[in-house]
Ligand binder design. Sequence first.
Ligand SMILES: [Mg+2]
Length: 261
Amino acid sequence: MEFALAPTEPRNAQSYPTVWDRSDLRVVCFDIDDTLIDFTSASRDALATMIGRDDMWPLWECVTEAHVAMVVTGELDYPTMHRKRTKAFLAELGRHVSDHDAARFERSRAAEMRSGFRLFDDVLPCLDWLRTAGVSIAAVTNASGSHQRAKLDALGLGRFIDHVTIAGEVGAAKPDPMIFHSACAALDCEPSQALHIGDRLHTDAIGAQSAGMRGVWLNRDGQQDTEGVAEESGVLRLASLADIPELVVCEFAQLGAPPPR
Ligand SMILES: [Mg+2]
């Protein structure tokens, strides 16, 4: 079933529906990077500062993607991946550096990036609404646990989140159903009683849908579903977290309609 809302203007939390029967929705899971936290902007800006130019982001993304895949398969741990990724990237720019210098570059880049982390504007009203509605909230991430927990705490999200599910701790990464089932088990719900929302169509939305949850693709950039994969998979699609309350009420109204106010 498709549920695609057009982008909407930001709304105040007070304008959301506040009373409804959520008997069949108990948990909402969120991806972290580029879903709750604007990771890409912070990372892109930090890289530009480090190398003194702003046109190398596509190359950085490409090199990073290849190296993260080796973490997911267990070939590399995170510190090794960061060092190798940075060496490979700098080599593409004609700069061949030692392990020591690559590690130093990475530490400086990471510090610069951390100082630039920001929440998207629609995050706090959405989390606040879900907490008010009594829904449990989880974060489900493929990135390393220490980094992600520190990010959540630094940005004040810790108070909203009941459980953080980390791929490296579970032994499975999104889109493996095991990580989604682990999040549900931690919060004592069935997959059918949970939504998972993330910016990656396959990793987040289709992965969650395949695990028996409702998968939601947060498509902030208006990417085209050119091959019809999103439509065929039946995932829900949103342009903003401001649309979550309306989606939750509409999707679950068939299971428990909001009582008259
Ligand atoms: Mg993400």
